[in-house]
Design a protein around this ligand. Structure first.
Ligand code: COA
Length: 350
């Protein structure tokens, strides 16, 4: 597995927008922000307590380190940091928000919603705030709902956040899964007339795959008990190989459908930003689409899988690395527990 960060960066390319008419924007993203906790847990450190190695993890996943929240840091704290950055980027004051949608599978507490903790931290009292649970596709689900809310005219300025503290529900006795996960948050301010037009948005779920990625206990089916704690029932269980295959099939299908819906081919996308779960999953998606170059973004070497934060973090990091240019078409596609998936197409304004 090559060092994914050292891959060369694609420059501006002629966008299909200059050649073909694109659909009218549903809404747009006016600002982006993300936050990764300071502490990094490296593969070498993990290998001190887990039966694994840096070599195996790099080869099988493309991950070398993952950021881990500090003991006193919870999901809403990271969401707050990402939100402040997104609001500043958009030039929007928290008082201008009229809806907060926070996607997470690791809320601060089961009740109330983490979005309510975020709302009070931002100081925007009375703004409706709620959580969305769609696993690693959560940010895409929240963006989809925000797009509908703005397009309908019922809301004007929506804060969309994907934030997860997966290291809190990771089973470090399970070497297959514990190497994958990191913590982080990403945010977007959605309103009419921003920098990234949202041209297309689609979401989907398949509950038949519910047992493929799950936390068994702690809900109404199996309430918390000494036994549920002792049997690691509050940690994330994955069926890695099955998830791998399902992720490749579904994300490929999403990109094909999204391209057809806006009248382009998958190879016309300047960038495709898939959920950052495993570099081999992303490479397989690229091969299925016949796009084997850097347009299919792999950026998990330092972050691991940050669940609902994965796409806004990768998008924000792509911008910092100079990958985003006016006129580009960017596809994002998420996939995770549910099963659930979400796909959006962004057009960067000139
Ligand atoms: N270190 C060393 N060896 C490991 C290991 C680790 N951390 N984890 C598993 N192995 C071993 C296995 O025991 C197995 O050994 P065996 O052949 O002797 O039985 C071998 O490596 C291959 O295991 P396998 O599970 O087939 O590996 P894989 O190539 O499928 O990679 C995942 C495992 C989990 C990295 C990969 O399947 C994956 O990324 N899946 C999707 C992840 C996911 O569910 N994400 C959450 C939702 S998006």
């Amino acid at each position: 597995m090559p060092d994914t960060l050292s891959r060369t960066v694609p420059g501006p390319s002629p966008s299909p927008s200059t050649e073909r008419p694109l659909p009218t924007a549903i809404c747009s993203i006016a600002g982006l922000g993300h936050y990764l906790p300071e502490r990094v847990l490296t593969n070498d450190e993990l290998a001190l307590t887990v039966d694994t190695s840096d070599e195996w993890i790099m080869e099988r996943t493309g991950i070398r380190g993952r950021h881990c929240a500090a003991p006193e840091e919870a999901t809403s704290d990271m969401a707050h940091r990402a939100s402040l950055e997104a609001l500043a980027d958009a030039g929007v004051h928290p008082a201008e928000l009229d809806l907060i949608l926070l996607a997470t599978s690791t809320p601060d507490t089961p009740v109330p919603s983490t979005a309510c903790y975020l709302q009070t931290r931002l100081g925007c009292k009375r703004v409706p705030a709620m959580d969305i649970a769609a696993g690693c596709a959560g940010y895409g689900f929240a963006l989809h709902m925000a797009a509908g809310a703005v397009k309908s005219g019922m809301h004007n300025t929506v804060l969309v956040v994907g934030a997860d503290t997966l290291t809190r529900i990771t089973n470090y006795a399970d070497r297959q899964s514990c190497i994958l996960f990191g913590d982080g948050a990403g945010a977007a301010v959605v309103r009419p007339g921003g920098r990234f037009d949202v041209l297309y948005s689609n979401i989907g779920s398949d509950g038949d795959g519910a047992s493929m990625i799950r936390v068994r206990a702690g809900g109404s089916r199996t309430p918390a008990s000494a036994e549920s704690v002792a049997s690691a029932g509050h940690t994330l269980e994955i069926h890695g190989r099955e998830v791998f295959k399902a992720a490749v099939l579904q994300m490929t299908d999403c990109i094909r459908k999204a391209a057809a819906a806006v009248g382009v081919r998958p190879e016309d996308f300047d960038l495709i930003i898939p959920h950052q779960a495993n570099a081999r999953i992303i490479e397989a998606v690229g091969r299925q689409l016949d796009i084997t170059d850097k347009r299919v973004v792999i950026d998990m070497i330092e972050t691991g899988n940050t669940a609902a934060a994965s796409i806004p973090v990768a998008l924000g990091r792509a911008r910092r690395r100079g990958l985003l240019h006016p006129g580009q078409l960017v596809a994002t596609v998420g996939f995770g527990a549910g099963l659930a998936w979400a796909c959006q197409i962004l057009h960067i304004r000139n």
